[in-house]
Design a protein around this ligand. Structure first.
Ligand code: ATP
Ligand code: MG
Length: 579
């Protein structure tokens, strides 16, 4: 500790909201260089290296081969797949002295596909899987929580190349199994969920989420084993109802009903139903947003959802990606005088061909369902407006919030919601990128065949923080053995020379037994301060060499359980091995 480049801090950085951020900075593992950009100090780099080692071992074990691409990349490949545009403001772009456009790689599908295209030409060359552990750049809108969501971060990205769909299935399976081993070894509590493939396109895709209350992802699970990212949940659609025999729609004055609650109260008072009271689920709420497409153009979008549900921003973003969602503000309303704010109904929306506004409905709004909704006049609503009879839309959209108790799409029971953080993501990309980049090989039949790809990521730097999130207490970090920068933290807790020499000997013995040791040899620091630092830094085992040493005894403390025991110096190595 007298040599190590580390300073522990009493106070957490002002911007730190989550334990891992506070602890990793306070314990001197990382240091902020700019928002969302961090430097790794010796202890942090050691942990990062151990995560990399686990990832590397498991990737090598499935036959993936390591390469390393530059982070500074040319524009053209990303132009060919349209991602130069689609990435929008998330991409770090720059120019060289000749005015050529370059980017800092956010992910490398294009580069790997082009490399394989360069060097391979026959089905006999495939399958192959390549990977790298490399720094990625994304100008995240909301960098947060230290290294959990950085603008520069370390990712393991791998890419599989197959000729057949069955081959891709196998490559995908192999990765899935490798990821299970990786996240087991990291000691994380995680779930594997169905994911939306989002901007990547392609079909099958799953995410590995660390279960944590600070996670930005919401996922659902059912008693029968269904698990999905909330973005990927599909609504269980009720059957369409027959249209005949339904009452005519009628427009009514509904003064003082600016909210769904006031509207429902008014309906029950003034237009009571015979069968049951009105509820928010009987109303149809129409929400307007503005979509901004990657090329900068904008488009209004109207979304109709049952009034007892909100539009879920993340589900909506996933559905409209790569477009971004912006609020539909007063200036927009001014541009569409037919829309009466607060009383917008399907009558004013119709379909895009009639109004210029695309109108998408929640899948629950099936033909024959009856709704109370805006009548496009201030203070007026229409009752018994029947879907499929009185109004239609341009399609459906999965944008309404998912709620606890909603049925799982596969019939496996009611859903429960929880928070998670994405640690890994596996995709069957299919032929999208290979098509765009002309990645073909000679097939067995002599004809050219387009290669099918998989793409697989692990958040390596994020994993360091995720482990701290799941393994810490009020005093500091608690590293699992496989990730700790050092296995044992030896604290010298005595001023006399004999104890100091004894501590040196203990360290030497442990090191010669192949145990990595951090030695707190600071001469003028009190034992109390040393213990506090040892707890903050989080090595799994703390060995105190103090008063008992003259009797040949040291104290061994388990950082995780707090258990202490006196151990004879001669038995220390054996004791640690057994533990
Ligand atoms: P997120 O939904 O968290 O933004 P993503 O879906 O954009 O992640 P991928 O493109 O699938 O991420 O990247 C693969 C992995 O890289 C993710 O599973 C995650 O662990 C990690 N990762 C992504 N973005 C960041 C970031 N800004 N900082 C740290 N790690 C990240
Ligand atoms: Mg992802």
């Amino acid at each position: 500790m007298t040599q190590l480049f580390v300073r522990t801090l009493r106070d957490a950085p002002a911007d730190a909201e989550v334990p891992s951020h506070r602890l990793l900075v306070r314990a001197g593992y990382v240091r902020r260089a700019a928002p969302g950009i961090y430097s790794w100090l010796p202890l942090g780099l050691a942990v990062l290296g151990k995560v990399e080692k686990i990832v590397r071992e498991e990737m090598n074990a499935i036959g993936a081969q390591e390469v390393r691409f530059p982070a500074l990349l040319p524009r053209e490949p990303y132009e060919a797949t349209n991602r130069w545009t689609e990435y929008g403001p998330n991409l770090f772009r720059l120019q060289d002295r000749r005015g050529n456009d370059l980017l800092l790689g956010p992910t490398h599908e294009e580069m790997f596909a082009l490399l394989v295209k360069d060097l391979f030409s026959s089905y006999k060359d495939l399958p192959t899987t390549l990977y790298q552990i490399q720094t990625k750049y994304r100008d995240e809108a909301r960098p947060r929580a230290g290294i959990l969501r950085g603008r520069e971060f370390v990712m393991k990205d791998s890419y599989s190349f197959d000729v057949t769909d069955e081959g891709l299935e196998v490559s995908y399976r192999n990765h899935r199994d490798a990821y299970i081993r990786i996240f087991d070894r990291l000691g994380l509590e995680y779930v594997i969920v169905h994911a939306d493939s989002g901007a990547m396109g392609g079909s099958a895709s799953e995410e590995f989420l660390a279960v944590t209350p600070i996670g930005e992802d919401t996922f659902v699970r059912s008693p029968g084993g269904y698990a999905a990212n909330v973005e990927a949940v599909t609504t269980v659609v009720p059957p369409a109802q027959p249209l005949d025999g339904l009452p005519e729609s009628h427009v009514e004055d509904t003064p003082g009903t600016p909210t769904i609650e006031t509207l429902v109260a008014h309906l029950n008072e003034t237009f009571p139903r015979d069968d049951r009271p009105w509820s928010a689920a009987d109303t149809l709420k129409n929400v307007l947003v503005l979509l901004r497409h990657p090329d900068g153009t904008t488009e209004p979008l109207a979304i109709g959802v049952p009034g007892d549900r909100e539009v879920d921003a993340k589900r909506l973003e996933t559905q409209v990606s790569p477009a971004e969602v912006e609020p539909f503000d007063d200036a927009q309303f001014a541009r569409h005088p037919g829309l009466v704010k607060g009383y917008i109904g399907p009558g004013a929306l119709g379909t895009a061909s009639s109004t210029g506004i695309r109108y998408l409905l929640d899948p629950r709004v099936v033909p024959g369902t009856r709704w109370v909704t805006g009548a496009n006049a201030p203070g007026r609503h229409v009752i018994d407006l029947v879907a499929g009879r009185d109004f239609t839309a341009d399609g459906t959209i999965e944008a309404a919030e998912v709620r606890a108790g909603d049925p799982a799409p596969d019939g496996s029971g009611p859903l429960e919601l929880a928070r998670g953080m994405e640690m890994g993501h596996i995709f069957q990309l299919g032929r999208k990128y290979a098509d765009a980049l002309g990645l073909q090989v000679q097939g067995e039949d002599g004809k050219l065949a387009t290669v099918t790809m998989g793409s697989y990521g692990v958040g390596v730097s994020r994993a360091v923080a995720a482990v701290v999130e799941s393994s810490h207490d009020d005093l500091g970090i608690i590293w699992p053995k496989e990730l700790a920068p050092y296995e044992v933290h030896v604290v010298l807790a005595g001023k006399d020379e004999a104890t100091a020499a004894g501590a040196e000997q203990v360290v030497a013995d442990l090191e010669s037994a192949g145990i990595e040791v951090l030695f707190d040899d600071r001469p003028k620091v009190s034992p109390g301060v040393k213990f506090k630092d040892a707890e903050l830094l989080g090595m799994p085992t703390i060995v105190v060499v103090g008063r008992g040493y003259v009797d040949g005894v040291v104290e061994v403390k388990d950082r995780a359980t707090g258990e202490r025991s006196d151990v004879a110096v001669g038995e220390l190595v054996e004791h640690l091995r057994a533990g």
